[in-house]
Design a protein around this ligand. Structure first.
Ligand code: 8IG
Length: 274
């Protein structure tokens, strides 16, 4: 088993992110990226549709980015030139809290994106939904989140404001591309188990419409790093208890495959507006 660089007590996570960004600049020959995207379950196709791929890196060649362990997640970091001439950095390998590498590992992608120059961070995911009016395979804008992990990616007395965390401006821009897009509050659970039906009901009472295992911590790290955030979920399944049959990762991947062309095109069109 390879060692976890984030366990090093002397590590400065921001310096480490600068190292990663410098490596990305070196390997892509793109000095600065304008936007960054994390593509979660079902969203990988967007990268092919957004523009011309300038460079594809092995995530493992960039400090702090190890191979992902979840099938359906792409192990690359790509630099894409958008039709506008802007440069997008596509981080295909999110580190999830449930991997047990700690919050620094989770926050590393956002910190690296900011160090690479990104002013906008697009966070996508696959998640469960509570709204029975929406069918699996529906993309949904994240309007806000409830962080149920009990953790923060921020260390020390840095009191970061999270008002309008999921940018109203960017959500409006997304709706200008697709006026049928709905929005919901995303509740992040630690995972990797799915919720119990009682936990899903709790999330609903709290005001959540989506449940997942990522994004909230990523968004907090991205805000701390000064980026504007757009969050979009692909609801791949109705959450436990809402759907009466047991949840399976295979079902989630299948819903992702069926939706990926459609949502990839949607995301590419949204990013073209940035
Ligand atoms: I895809 O129903 C996907 N990810 N917590 N609950 C949680 N995470 C998920 C779910 C879900 N579906």
């Amino acid at each position: 088993m390879s060692s976890n660089p984030f366990n090093d007590e002397t590590l400065n996570p921001f310096d480490f992110a600068k190292d990663a960004a410098a490596k990305i600049a070196e390997l892509t020959s793109i000095a600065s990226h304008d936007i960054a995207l994390v593509l979660g379950s079902g969203w990988a196709k967007a990268a092919d549709l957004m523009g011309e791929t300038v460079a594809t890196l092995n995530a493992a060649d960039v400090p702090g980015f190890s191979k992902p362990h979840v099938e359906g997640h792409s192990p690359t970091i790509r630099s894409i030139r958008l039709p506008s001439g802007k440069h997008a950095l596509v981080l295909g390998s999110r580190t999830h809290l449930y991997e047990g590498k700690g919050v620094r590992a989770v926050a590393h992608a956002a910190r690296t994106a900011a160090a690479a120059g990104a002013k906008i961070m697009v966070l996508t995911n696959g998640c469960g939904g509570l709204n029975t009016d929406l069918a699996p395979g529906t993309p949904i804008l994240i309007s806000d989140h409830i962080n149920l992990t009990t953790l923060s990616p921020i260390e020390g007395a840095k009191f970061v404001d999270l008002t309008d965390l999921y940018s109203t401006r960017l959500r409006n821009l997304a709706r200008s591309v697709d006026p049928t897009l709905t929005e919901a509050v995303y509740a992040q659970f630690r995972g990797p188990h799915y919720e119990t039906p009682a936990e899903v009901r709790m999330a609903g009472v709290m005001g959540a419409g989506l449940v997942g295992m990522s994004t909230a911590l990523d968004a907090i790290a991205a805000r701390e790093a000064g980026m504007e955030i757009l969050g979009i979920s692909l609801m791949t399944n109705h959450a436990a208890g809402i759907q009466k049959t047991p949840l399976s990762h295979e079902e989630v991947l299948q819903a992702g495959r069926e939706a990926e062309g459609r949502i990839g095109k949607l995301l590419a069109e949204i990013v073209a507006k940035f």
